[in-house]
Design a protein around this ligand. Sequence first.
Ligand SMILES: C[S@@+](CC[C@H](N)C(=O)[O-])C[C@H]1O[C@@H](n2cnc3c(N)ncnc32)[C@H](O)[C@@H]1O
Length: 258
Amino acid sequence: MTILKSYLNFLYNSKNEHGVHSPFVFSLLTNCFYDKKKYPEYGILKNYRNSLLLNKNTIQVTDFGAGSRVFKSNKRQISKIAATAGISSKRAELLFRIVNYFQPENILEIGTSLGLATSAMSLGNKNSKVITLEGCPNTINQCQWQLQKFNINNVDCVNTEFSSHLKTYNLQPTTYNLIYFDGNHSKKATLEYFELLLPTLTNDAVWIFDDIHWSKDMEEAWEIIKNHSKVKVTIDTFQWGIVFFRKEQEKEHFVIRT
Ligand SMILES: C[S@@+](CC[C@H](N)C(=O)[O-])C[C@H]1O[C@@H](n2cnc3c(N)ncnc32)[C@H](O)[C@@H]1O
């Protein structure tokens, strides 16, 4: 299916809070997804983005995974990376609200880039601990400076290759209440990270997968994730697949307009 067909399919099947009978999902939609309040943190996120968009310095980038369709050279301008590789403003605000709503204590991000999503999650719960993984050393250095510049202090930036990190890192004693998967958008990698992170699950865990309709491959990965025995509720927002594991919940899949 092309992305356009997938999108038309999404529009046909998607709904808003009307007709959603699950109290858990209804509350999430009305109090978080469709929350129209202008949070002061949106201003910080805007400034964080603008300062990157104005940064004409170049860095040598190490390419990883399937996410780098746009660039040919390895020398890239910070402003261009921010404009093409990062989360959009609208979605950064939604990510902020999701973190603000659930107040996860431990957050993991797979794919930091320049920290546009990292900063949104960090500000969503200033008491959380955010760990973010990025393979490119120059990109993550740049991100660390940017986070410091904005006094964002609850983030631990880890320069590592995802798969080797998740395989070797002792995950057992760690639990993550929210994981944002935003790097290496391939079926194989997505399912590998999904399996490797299962030992970190808590009942209230929220996992967000970016770009679930980006390719046929990713749509297949999303179907497999939905059908996994541990997965209870899923929400497809077209851009994101959001997964909940709450044992008390009936298995149910929602397709929701944001
Ligand atoms: C789409 S970008 C992340 C965007 C970021 N979350 C944001 O919203 O600004 C994906 C990042 O993951 C990194 N990446 C991709 N595959 C990787 C891998 N296998 N190991 C480590 N880093 C990887 C890339 O270098 C890139 O910076």
